[in-house]
Write a protein that binds this ligand. Structure first.
Ligand code: SAH
Length: 325
């Protein structure tokens, strides 16, 4: 819901100041339309229905994976594609994966989003409406900014949306913003964000040379600078940084590379999350054996390490597969 538009309409009608908050409270609790907002005058509800679209996004398609993961494809009013994913875990967790941009201007070689055309930054409302879409079917309690786009290139709206997530049922501690290491945004994030929002860094290689081949953005912001910024986050906020590392067969999954990674990352600051590669056509994924061996090396160096559970691969809803297809 476009909250600015809502506010304008309410003001024009001379509604009391608390109305906007009332409407938002209902929306955040997952109602499906104005008609359910029973503490609003009936006439106002009808008028809002005609004037302020309940969502800024139109659902085009929804797919459900065999593991319960749901992927939604939306269109903005101007027709830009936006995808979001709901992950359901056995322990009851419900995590939403949100997009910050339509498409992505960066061109990480292994990621399908980088291969589609970049659309534009999403607005606060367009980000929140992704979460609200799923909130209307069930309670949700975790959010990751790991959908389409680079959150640090659209930091202001991403932060405003993240700051509103507790209303929807997602605390800041259960909200994670992931970045390729876009330094200007990352610096501001570290300096300014006092809420306990978590930070994840997509590393994927232990050296500048290999990282530059996989992620052209590395040419602009070398590894040492980005890692220093992650350490500063830890010093300032006392929260560990998650490192994402996608496992590519014969590219970044050798035992020597695990050793180099262990040397690079301070175990007080970082936790590593190894991601099995989801096919996007470019590479092959590492074998389970290679992933286990890699994990062992990191573990022996006392670096906390986990392997990410793959979700939604059969509907192309997994990490790196969002390409509005
Ligand atoms: N642009 C931000 C937010 C997207 S997060 C970032 O890159 O951090 C999406 C995560 O999935 C990133 O860690 C990304 O590197 C990873 N990823 C991309 N393609 C993938 C693939 N094919 N298989 C597994 N993970 C992938």
């Amino acid at each position: 819901m476009d909250r600015a538009l809502l506010q304008r309409r309410l003001t024009e009608r001379g509604e009391p100041a608390y109305r906007a908050e009332q409407v938002w409270d209902w929306a955040a609790r997952g109602v499906t339309g104005y008609s359910q907002m029973t503490n609003l005058p009936g006439e106002l509800r009808t008028e809002l229905e005609g004037e302020v679209p309940f969502s800024t996004l139109e659902l085009e398609r929804e797919a459900k994976a065999s593991d319960g993961t749901v992927k939604a494809l939306f269109r903005t009013q101007g027709g830009h594609a936006v995808e979001a994913v709901l992950m359901r875990f056995r322990d009851g967790r419900r995590s939403v994966c949100l997009s910050s941009q339509s498409g992505c201007p960066l061109t990480c070689r292994f990621c399908a989003t980088g291969q589609m055309r970049f659309g534009r930054n999403l607005t606060v409302s367009e980000i929140l409406d992704q979460a609200l879409h799923f909130r209307r079917t069930e309670p949700i309690d975790h959010a990751v900014f790991m959908g389409m786009g680079e959150p640090m290139l659209n930091l202001e709206p991403v932060l405003e949306a993240a700051r509103a997530l507790p209303d929807v049922g997602i605390t800041w501690r259960r909200t994670t913003i992931s970045t390729v290491g876009w330094l200007p945004g990352l610096r501001r994030f570290v300096d300014e964000v006092e809420e306990p929002i978590r930070l994840a860094f997509s590393l994927h290689a232990p050296t500048d040379e290999l990282r530059g081949e996989l992620m052209p953005v590395n040419e602009r912001f070398p590894l040492a600078d980005v890692l220093a910024e992650c350490s500063r986050y830890f010093e300032l906020r006392r929260r560990k940084v998650f490192v994402e590392y996608v496992m590519l067969r014969g590219v970044n999954d050798r035992v020597e590379q695990a050793r180099a990674l262990a040397k690079l990352l301070d175990p007080r600051v970082f936790k590593v999350n190894l991601i099995p590669y989801n096919p996007t056509g470019m590479y092959e994924g590492s074998s389970p054996k290679a992933i286990a061996a890699f994990k062992n090396v990191l573990g022996s160096a006392r670096l906390p390490v986990t392997v990410r559970l793959t979700r939604g691969r059969d509907i192309a809803a997994a990490c790196g597969q969002l390409a509005a297809g």
